[in-house]
Design a protein around this ligand. Structure first.
Ligand code: F2R
Ligand code: MG
Ligand code: MG
Length: 360
């Protein structure tokens, strides 16, 4: 593990920027969710991209009354993860499970995954006797590979900004409350690694997509190695391989039809394997100009681009936004756009409380 940590730009972290980066990341998660939600499940055409451009332009208008964009399960669950870390410095997973269940039964109409709600019911019925049992029984024992673990993981990356090993461990254990399939768990770990890594880059220096993705590949390789059976045959490194596909797409000059290929090859569905690498791709692609998006702000471009890929737009934009916000900080978030989103002030306060809980 120590070899991997050497690759993280530890020396580059500026503690004064960190508070803004905490806010930026949780706001990125919120804005991606709220602004992507109206398009969830849609196929996006070239004409739709023009409409999405206008939609985002309008959201930046000071005249617009808000908040009117509701958040979904992505933010509801992210808030529970953050609250758990704030309230219980020694992570209490039973408390986290209780927060998920309380949140769901208080507001069940937030667009939760079809199967994860069974986990919540079983947890409640069993009085949280074994918090990992209900998830392990999903899909005839294979566990969920949905992106529900990844969409809520940003607070873990922030809280453990200076403890990489604890971060990986917490990303796994917090995901396994609802998702036990290796693809669901390692998808959450991959997203956590990406958010964490973005914290260590100064937004005044443009990230080199190849350097950033190479760092991620090294780290996810170490995580996936733990699933090896030690025989040296049929090694199973799906996320490492998918990140290499991300790199090959980044090497292609942008053209309009590319988005369709990205959606088909990297994926845009609710499976973690078909959405987490895609979110990382959105962030890395949006570091540079995208001809179909008329805006110079990397944070907004990341979220807008994620929405234009269609499919699981709230969740891909939420994950991409969390990475972009961790890189750019709160200053990149347009306040008028933010105020259009339900829970904007609450998320800022939550980010500050999370910061206070871990930065001494
Ligand atoms: N549920 C949705 N979107 C549906 C439409 C919502 C609509 N807009 C509305 O407002 O009502 N979005 C949310 O769900 C995704 C996260 O899901 P999560 O938490 O991973 O849930 P679940 O149920 O565990 O998995 C989701 C589906 O994936 C398939 N699946 C998972 N594992 C499987 C396995 N081992 N074998 C076969 N299929 C598996 C199933 O279809 C699950 O129902 C986010 O997009 C969030 O926004
Ligand atoms: Mg959702
Ligand atoms: Mg979704």
């Amino acid at each position: 593990m120590s070899n991997i940590i050497k690759h993280i730009k530890m020396s580059k972290i500026d503690i004064n920027l960190l508070k803004s980066k905490f806010r930026g990341s949780l706001l990125g998660s919120l804005l991606g969710d709220c602004l992507g939600a109206p398009y969830e499940g849609d196929r996006v055409t070239s004409g739709d991209k023009i409409i999405i451009q206008k939609y985002f332009d309008t959201l930046e208008s000071p005249e617009l009354k808000g908040p009117i964009r509701c958040y979904t399960d992505d933010t509801a669950m992210m808030k529970s993860v953050a609250k758990c870390l704030i309230d219980k410095p020694e992570v209490d997973y039973k408390y986290m499970a209780k927060l998920f269940v309380k949140e769901y039964f208080s507001e069940p109409n937030r667009g939760y995954g079809q199967s994860v709600v069974d986990v919540f019911s079983k947890l409640r019925k069993s009085k949280f006797d074994d918090i990992y049992k209900p998830a392990s029984e999903q899909f005839s024992g294979s566990g969920s590979f949905g992106n529900g673990g990844a969409m809520r993981i940003a607070p873990v990356a922030l809280y453990f900004y200076n403890n990489y090993e604890a971060m990986i461990d917490t990303a796994k254990k917090s995901t396994q409350i609802t998702h036990t399939n290796t693809l669901g768990v390692n998808g959450a770990v991959l997203q956590c690694i990406a958010v964490h890594q973005a914290l260590f880059y100064d937004c005044k220096e443009l990230i080199k997509p190849e350097e950033f993705s190479n760092e991620i590949i090294k780290k996810i390789r170490a995580v996936e190695k733990e699933n090896d059976d030690g025989l040296g045959i049929d090694d199973f490194n799906p996320y490492e391989d998918k990140m290499k596909t991300v790199q090959s797409f980044l090497n292609i000059k942008y053209h309009d039809e590319l988005d369709e290929e990205v959606a088909q090859n990297l994926g845009n569905s609710i499976g973690a394997y078909e959405s987490v690498p895609t979110a990382i791709y959105c962030f890395l692609r949006a570091l540079n100009e995208i001809p179909t998006i008329n805006n110079n702000n990397i944070f907004r471009r990341t979220i807008q681009y994620a929405v234009t890929l269609g499919g699981d737009t709230d969740t891909i934009a939420c994950m991409a936004g969390a990475i972009a916000g961790a890189y750019m900080g709160e200053e990149a978030v347009n306040k008028y756009m933010g105020k259009q989103c339900e829970g904007y002030q609450e998320i800022i306060e939550m980010a500050d409380n999370l910061y206070a809980a871990c930065v001494k």
